[in-house]
Write a protein that binds this ligand. Sequence first.
Ligand code: VTB
Length: 314
Amino acid sequence: MNPFIQDFLHVTESAALATYPWIGTGNKIEADQAATDAMRTLLNRIPMDGKVVIGEGEVDEAPMLFIGEKVGTGNGAGIDVAVDPIDGTTSTSKGKNNAIAVIAVAKEGTLLHAPDMYMEKIVTGPEAAGKINIDFSLEKNLRIIAEAKGKKVEELKLIIQDRERHSHWVEQAHALGVRTELFEEGDVIPAIATCIHRSDADLFIGIGGAPEGVLAAVGVKSLGGEMQARLLPNTDEQWNRCVSMGLTSPNKALSHHQLVATDECAFIATSITGNMLLPGIENNQNAFTTHSIVLNGLDKCFRLITTEHAKPSI
Ligand code: VTB
C-alpha cells in the first residue's frame, strides 16, 4: 500500500483546501460539502478497489462517501477506507482550532465498521502500550503510565475534551495532581498526540464519535501506541445497528486489534485550522501552504509534510 500514501495525502490536502473559502463564515454544511466533493473526486482516481467503511453516513442520509460506497478505480488492492472530510465542522465554520481533513486506510476487512454513535476511548503512547486497560480506574491507568514512563503521577498530563460528561475524570485527575489539557472540538489529533514524543500528553480519555475513534485508532497503531474503546449505544435502534454490523456484544470493550486488525494501514490528516501538532492552512500571495501528518503502520514514524500549492495564474 505504501506507493499510494502520497495519493491519499493529495486527497486530504485537496479536501482541506476546498474548505478554505468557508473557514469562519458560519457555513458548516457548505464547508462539509466542499471537502466531501474534493475527497470523493480524488479518491476515485486512485488505483484501488476501495470501500468506505467509515463515512459520512448511510446511503439514504448521505449522498456521498456513504458507508459501503466503492471508491477508487476498481483496479488494485482491496482497501478499507475511513474518511472524515472535516473532523470539526463547527470549528471550521467558527474559525476555531482543531479542524482537519482525515483519511485512514487499511487492508480490506481489517477496520471496525463502527456505527455513528458515541464511543468511550482511552489512548496512550508506546511506553505504556499493552499495559493500560479501559476497564481499570483512571487512577490505576495513570499509575501504570507513570511507572512505564519513569515519571511521577503529578508529572503526567491528561488530554480530554471539554464536556460535562467528562467532568468526573477531570476532577479525579486534579485530585491526583495530574494536569489536564481541555480541548473544545475534534478528538482525533488530541488522541494521537499521546503517541508523539514532542507532545507532553500522556493519556487521552473521553467519549466522542465512534467513526473518529476508528480513524484515531489507525493513527495510534501507526505510532506504536495503544487505544481501547467501548461503543455506547443508548437506544434499542443503536444497539440493533451494532448487532447488524457484526458486533454481537455491542457494549464489550474493544481491543486495539478489534479496531484495526493489521499493521498494513495508513493515517493521513491535513489541518484546516491550527491544532496542537500543526499550523492551519496558510494563504500567501501566490500559494496556499498546507500541513499534514502522514503515518503508516509498518514503520511507526511521525512524518509531517508541508506542501505549497501554487495558485493558478490569472
Ligand atoms: C465527537 C468527537 C469529534 O465532535 O464526535 C464530538 O469525536 C461530538 O461531541 O471529533 P459533542 O456531541 O459533545 O459535541 C467532535 O469533537 C468533532 O467536532
